[in-house]
Design a protein around this ligand. Structure first.
Ligand SMILES: Cc1cc2nc3c(=O)[nH]c(=O)nc-3n(C[C@H](O)[C@H](O)[C@H](O)COP(=O)(O)O)c2cc1C
Length: 193
């Protein structure tokens, strides 16, 4: 067993999606450390079909949030589960920002033509969120940015080149609040022996 097994397992279990951030600068060096942890993820045929965009422009992030909110709200229109209702209330609030006031948004871009880039970039993003946690930095995958893919103007501002797609949009910053761990269901496991 690795001498670091306990620390690694604690980090895996202790990482939370952070939805409230301190108004505190996250320096480039830390962002680079997180990205460098990401690129150690396994990739199909070792292709590493990714590139990264680091967004520090908070005005752009606010514009993206304001653009996405009504679209997300429309998508949830017919949903009535408690989670959907809670989400609709949030999205209807003028002050709600889908990035939760995070210092930085990092986009893991995947090559559209690379068949398995979604898997590869998602594994990369998983590493990045764990590395951030180990460095005392909070993170949250922001799937709510999804509608941006259909807006060429915003994709250009986000420096997403032709032939690339946003696979993992992840907010990073110093946590203001660390939420309770959402419960995990016992995994259903079939053993084939
Ligand atoms: C693909 C994906 C998209 C997500 N999108 C959002 C999002 O838009 N906003 C958000 O607050 N959390 C988002 N999350 C975070 C999940 O809600 C979170 O991981 C889940 O509730 C479990 O909480 P934990 O990460 O603290 O264990 C996303 C997670 C994944 C994997």
């Amino acid at each position: 067993m690795s001498p670091h097994a306990d620390e690694v397992l604690d980090a895996i279990q202790g990482r939370r999606s952070i939805r409230a951030y301190e108004d505190r600068y996250l320096d480039d060096e830390t962002v680079l450390s997180i990205i460098h942890a990401g690129i150690h993820a396994p990739t199909t045929l070792g292709l590493q079909p990714w590139r990264f965009v680091v967004v520090r422009d908070h005005d752009l992030m606010k514009r993206i949030s304001d653009y996405c909110k009504p679209i997300l709200l429309l998508n949830l229109k017919d949903m009535t589960t408690p989670e959907a209702v809670e989400q609709k209330i949030l999205l209807s609030s003028k002050d709600f920002n889908i990035f939760y006031g995070a210092a930085v948004l990092v986009l893991v871009l995947g090559k559209e033509k690379s068949h398995f880039s979604t898997y590869d970039c998602t594994l990369c993003a998983g590493n990045m969120m764990l590395a951030a946690h180990a460095l005392g930095v909070g993170s949250c995958w922001i799937g709510s940015i999804g509608p941006v893919a259909d807006n060429p103007g915003l994709m250009k501002e986000l420096k997403v080149p032709e032939g690339w797609m946003i696979v993992a949009p992840i907010a990073f910053g110093y946590p203001k609040e660390i939420p309770e761990k959402p419960p995990r269901r016992e995994p259903e496991i079939a053993w084939v022996r």
